[in-house]
Design a protein around this ligand. Structure first.
Ligand SMILES: Nc1ncnc2c1ncn2[C@@H]1O[C@H](COP(=O)(O)OP(=O)(O)O)[C@@H](O)[C@H]1O
Ligand SMILES: [Mg+2]
Length: 216
């Protein structure tokens, strides 16, 4: 079993959006994913209620309960656990990072966003985890070349010591439509650009997980 923690000390960058999308892609009948919502705001749980069927399963919890919950999830046969976290509670973020095989740090590509992401990357490095940064809310590509703001963000994040996912998520209305129906873009509009971007990101994350040693 592998644990993915999605962390960022800034709100609105896509932690919850990534949690929902990755959990659905990570789930297979033989190896279901479990979502743990540790943000007291419970946005992930709100989406999960809209969804109806309890799939992927979701637990609302305090981050202090993570060790026990992860142990129980392993015993129950879950293949992946995805932990959504609050933006401001440093203790909760650290608990989620410590429990994780992979720490994802979503960020917007703007200069002020990048200035703010440094402290999240520092926290991950402090607990010995190599974070994978994910650029979200990017302007959509108009041609073959990546928008300059994305290329600049990538360079800045690498300079801060992060590995940056090659797959970037653009700002797309399909994302809001999907969330409002309790689904993901891959379910709501499977042939769309947003779905392709999320699927490419998940593939990259699976590769990153495969090359990391699972500690438990
Ligand atoms: N790629 C995207 N395109 C369009 N809207 C997005 C995208 N990613 C996130 N959003 C929207 O931005 C808002 C903040 O995202 P959210 O996942 O709640 O961030 P966080 O959990 O980091 O606070 C939400 O309304 C979400 O639907
Ligand atoms: Mg959130």
């Amino acid at each position: 079993m592998q644990v993915i923690a999605i962390t960022a000390r800034k709100g609105g960058v896509g932690k919850t959006t990534l949690s929902m999308h990755l959990s659905v892609l990570a789930s297979t009948p033989d190896s279901p994913a479990l979502l743990i919502d540790t943000d007291p705001q419970r946005s992930l749980a709100w989406w999960h209620r809209l969804r109806g069927p309890d799939e992927p399963r979701l637990i609302e919890a305090d981050a202090r309960e993570l060790t026990g919950l992860i142990k129980a999830a392993r015993a129950e046969g879950f293949g992946r656990v995805i932990v959504d976290t609050p933006p401001h509670a440093e203790d909760s973020i650290l608990s989620a990072m410590r429990s994780a095989d992979l720490v994802l740090v979503p960020t917007r590509p703007g200069p002020l966003d990048l200035a703010a992401v440094a402290s999240t990357l520092d926290l991950a490095q402090r607990v010995g985890k190599a974070p994978l940064a994910v650029i979200n809310h990017a302007p959509p590509r108009t041609g073959a070349a990546e928008p300059a703001i994305v290329t600049e963000a990538r360079a800045a994040l690498e300079h801060m010591g992060a590995t940056v996912a090659a797959s970037v998520l653009a700002n797309r209305v399909a994302m809001s439509h999907a969330i409002l129906t309790g689904s993901t873009v891959n379910e709501h509009e499977p042939g769309g650009k947003a779905a392709a971007e999320v699927a490419a990101l998940w593939q990259e994350i699976e590769t990153a997980l495969a090359t990391r040693k699972t500690t438990r």
